[in-house]
Design a binder for this molecule. Structure first.
Ligand SMILES: Cc1cc2nc3c(=O)[nH]c(=O)nc-3n(C[C@H](O)[C@H](O)[C@H](O)COP(=O)(O)OP(=O)(O)OC[C@H]3O[C@@H](n4cnc5c(N)ncnc54)[C@H](O)[C@@H]3O)c2cc1C
Length: 436
């Protein structure tokens, strides 16, 4: 967890108390057979000389090239807070945007938005051909599974800095030190995993919580909500955290064709997590690693290092994240997928051939990333307005169909609660599903 927002920082304290561990992040990239620190362009040292040269020349051309003066994108709402305050952060540490950890020195005012620019063009224009070729394009293609020309750039957030040439050259000539400062820190519950933070809400909720309550049908005009077990509730205002396409699906014929079409147009990336429990201690001191090349996973989250309570004695836990979608189906599944991850972990030096895999499992995230294609904004707006007219308020990453980090999701909940209050609501019924 990480947030620049003071309200969220206070929330962390209320929800977790002392059950939290803060530490400086160790975020790395593995490419060309070496580990380099993230962000890629700020720590080229150790890469082959021709790669470094291409990255530096490309960055110089992007900054000072003969092409037009660089333009800048506007900010998406969810990232403004983080990025406008002082320092830049990478939403969800997904590595999609190779930002610097520092306040950019070469930042310019936001010009009128160039709506026609796609993500691929944006990458070449902002970071130049070398960084594009060796990290930004292959990594983002792997993560997003679709052609980057099909994506727009409003989600990128914050003022995207032009490459800081001094930083790039410094980082190419000598090893880069551990990142420092508040933005280099992240927290994780000492005990109980990330769920501990959600459980922290329970004593503060004034109202009943229905557990294992799958919403299976909604009648928006009647203001009725039905659960899988047949129970039915009437609402005044409904705050939904369900994935937006699912919300429209459970309305069935109650939603007009235009709304169903807009929901059907929403594209997403799913993630299959392969969790590995390895019979060896201290496998690595890194926290997460981005893999732009040919491993099946695009990122490994080193779950075992998230807090001192995460690894059992003698063991170590890793999560390999594999994105997939209709555009890029999973190449295999089950034990075959686990074996493939283990093999690739050996290939990149994370595991040794003789390491014992004590346990392994798969966790599917059917909704993991919202694809910002060129139709997204209009579709979301259409659905959102139609729902609001029926007292349904969207709140959260998959509900608002936004690239939210968990701190943004907290703020989305706060915003939704205020909106209901403004609409002079009746008491709310809070619904929590513990299956997921
Ligand atoms: C791979 C990955 C890694 C991430 N890493 C980080 C990270 O390191 N840090 C970070 O801050 N964020 C991270 N995120 C983002 C973070 O997970 C989300 O921003 C956050 O979970 C969004 O919260 P939410 O409440 O909007 O949605 P969710 O967490 O999806 O919550 C939605 C809720 O709605 C309920 N629900 C859904 N459908 C129904 C239904 N039909 N009936 C009843 N209930 C229903 C679900 O059970 C769930 O409780 C990551 C995301 C991914 C995909």
């Amino acid at each position: 967890m990480f947030s620049n927002d003071v309200y969220v920082q206070e929330l962390y304290k209320i929800l977790l108390g002392n059950n939290v561990h803060w530490q400086n992040r160790e975020a790395w990239v593995y490419s060309k057979g070496v580990h380099t620190r993230y962000p890629f362009q700020g720590a080229l040292y150790g890469l082959p000389p021709n790669v470094i040269k291409e990255c530096i020349v490309g960055a110089i051309e992007a900054r000072h090239g003969t092409s037009k003066k660089s333009e800048f994108q506007s900010f998406p709402a969810d990232c403004i807070k983080d990025r406008a305050t002082s320092e830049l952060s990478d939403c969800c540490a997904d590595g999609a945007v190779p930002v610097t950890g520092k306040t950019p020195r070469h930042e310019e005012p936001v010009p009128p938005q160039n709506k026609s620019e796609n993500f691929e063009e944006f990458i070449y224009r902002m970071w130049g051909a070398g960084i594009a070729k060796h990290f930004a394009i292959p990594y983002n293609k792997k993560l997003w599974t679709v052609s980057l020309t099909e994506m727009e750039t409003s989600w990128l957030g914050g003022r995207v800095p032009l490459p800081d040439l001094e930083e790039i050259i410094d980082g190419a000539l000598q090893p880069v030190g551990k990142p420092m400062g508040p933005n280099a820190r992240f927290g994780y519950p000492l005990r109980g995993g990330f769920q501990a933070m959600m459980s922290g809400f329970i004593p503060h909720i004034k109202g009943s919580i229905e557990l294992n309550a799958d919403v299976t049908r909604i009648l928006p005009d009647e203001h009725l909500i039905m659960l899988g077990d047949g129970r039915c509730f009437r609402y005044e205002n409904l705050i939904s955290t369900m994935p937006l396409p699912e919300l429209i699906r459970v309305m069935d014929d109650e939603a007009p064709q235009q709304i169903k079409d807009a929901a059907a147009a929403l594209r997403r990336v799913s993630v299959r997590c392969v969790n590995l429990g390895v019979g060896r201690e201290n496998i690595t001191n890194k926290h997460w690693i981005y893999y732009p090349e040919d491993t099946i996973f695009h990122r490994i989250f080193v779950q075992g290092n998230a807090s001192p309570g995460c690894n059992p004695p003698g063991g170590f836990g890793l999560t390999c994240e594999i994105s997939y979608s209709p555009a890029k189906p999973l190449p295999c599944d089950g034990q075959e997928l686990i074996d493939r991850c283990v093999e690739d972990c050996i290939k990149v030096g994370m595991l040794k051939r003789n390491d014992k895999i004590v346990t392994a499992n798969l966790v599917d995230m059917p909704y993991a990333y919202v694809v910002y294609d060129h139709a997204r904004a209009r579709s979301v707006e259409t659905i959102k307005n139609w729902l609001l007219q029926r007292d349904i308020i969207l709140s959260g990453r998959y509900s608002e169909w936004e690239y939210y980090n968990s701190d943004h999701a907290f703020l989305a909940g706060k915003k939704a609660a205020f909106l209901v209050e403004q609409r002079n609501s009746q008491p709310l019924t809070y619904m929590v599903n513990t299956d997921n």
